[in-house]
Design a protein around this ligand. Structure first.
Ligand SMILES: NC(=O)c1ccc[n+]([C@@H]2O[C@H](COP(=O)([O-])OP(=O)(O)OC[C@H]3O[C@@H](n4cnc5c(N)ncnc54)[C@H](OP(=O)(O)O)[C@@H]3O)[C@@H](O)[C@H]2O)c1
Length: 242
């Protein structure tokens, strides 16, 4: 059985992943800031005891302290993230931009700094990005840029970590029903449940896939549109998403 650390475990996809890995008998370390929710997760667990760690992924001292007792990890799923939109591009919200890049990208660097030394040959790093990087979408300047950076990071560390026999799985989910997307007021085609998303991630990580994207009917559609000449896809996107 593997020792699996999951960030963003207090909600949405991360919470569903905790249940999925516990159900399969793995040792899970669930991480998040919300201590009440972490305690509730532990109480609800009727399989193996769940280890929970409460820390903010943007604070290096907090991460260092929280993970100091962990000796070794087989799988880390860096899933915690945030999404906010730039509503008025002409008065570009630089603090929103900074916050999103900080949580979705800079914090991943902090987590890798403290967690990679605990990983050995055969272990796996899973980075939860987004299908938003397949095709730039309006109002998603901050979120999309943070996840595009994460894609590059994943594809680059995969090359370096292969020398240590550590795998990297990059995940591009489409729309998943979670508190993060509950805030959205626009149409979210082919939205799936967090249980479905967690099950797809679990299967893909088990198969040591380098890249996961789902649901395919949505991600292939985005990939197809992205192949059109730029003026055409930009016109299409501007017309269909407001
Ligand atoms: N839902 C979708 O449609 C969708 C699509 C593509 C990609 N994704 C990606 O999937 C991941 C999970 O999204 P979700 O939809 O499950 O979101 P969610 O329900 O809002 O959950 C976000 C999680 O991230 C944690 N988190 C946020 N900021 C944190 C911080 N500073 N320190 C520690 N933990 C923090 C939250 O925990 P605490 O509040 O306890 O700290 C929470 O557990 C994200 O990276 C998101 O970008 C989601």
């Amino acid at each position: 059985m593997s020792k699996v650390l999951i960030t963003g475990a207090t909600s949405g996809i991360g919470e569903a992943l905790v249940h999925q890995y516990l159900k399969q008998g793995h040792d899970v370390i669930a991480c998040g800031r919300n201590q009440e929710k972490l305690a509730q997760l532990s109480d609800d667990t009727d399989t193996k005891p769940l280890l929970t760690l409460s820390f903010d992924i943007t604070k290096t001292a907090d991460i260092e302290q929280a993970v100091s007792d962990i000796k070794q990890l087989d799988i880390i799923i860096l899933n915690a993230g945030d999404c906010e939109y730039i509503d008025d591009v002409t008065s570009f919200n630089n603090s929103l931009f900074q916050h999103i890049i900080n949580v979705n990208l800079i914090a991943i660097g902090h987590l890798l700094h403290f967690l990679l030394p605990k990983m050995t040959s055969g272990s796996q790093v899973v980075l939860v990005s987004s299908s938003v990087t397949i095709l730039p979408l309006p109002r998603a300047e901050a979120y999309g840029a943070s996840k595009a950076g994460l894609d590059y990071l994943a594809n680059s560390i995969r090359i370096d970590l292969s020398k240590h026999n550590i795998g990297v799985t990059l995940v591009h989910p489409g729309f998943v029903e979670t508190p993060l997307t509950d805030k959205n007021t626009f149409d979210m085609p082919f939205k799936i449940t967090s249980i479905d998303a967690a099950s797809r991630i679990y299967q893909g990580v088990k198969a040591k896939k380098s890249y996961l994207h789902f649901p395919k009917r949505f991600t292939y559609l985005l990939k197809l549109i992205a192949m059109l000449p730029a003026p055409l896809w930009q016109w299409l996107i501007a017309r269909s998403i407001r």
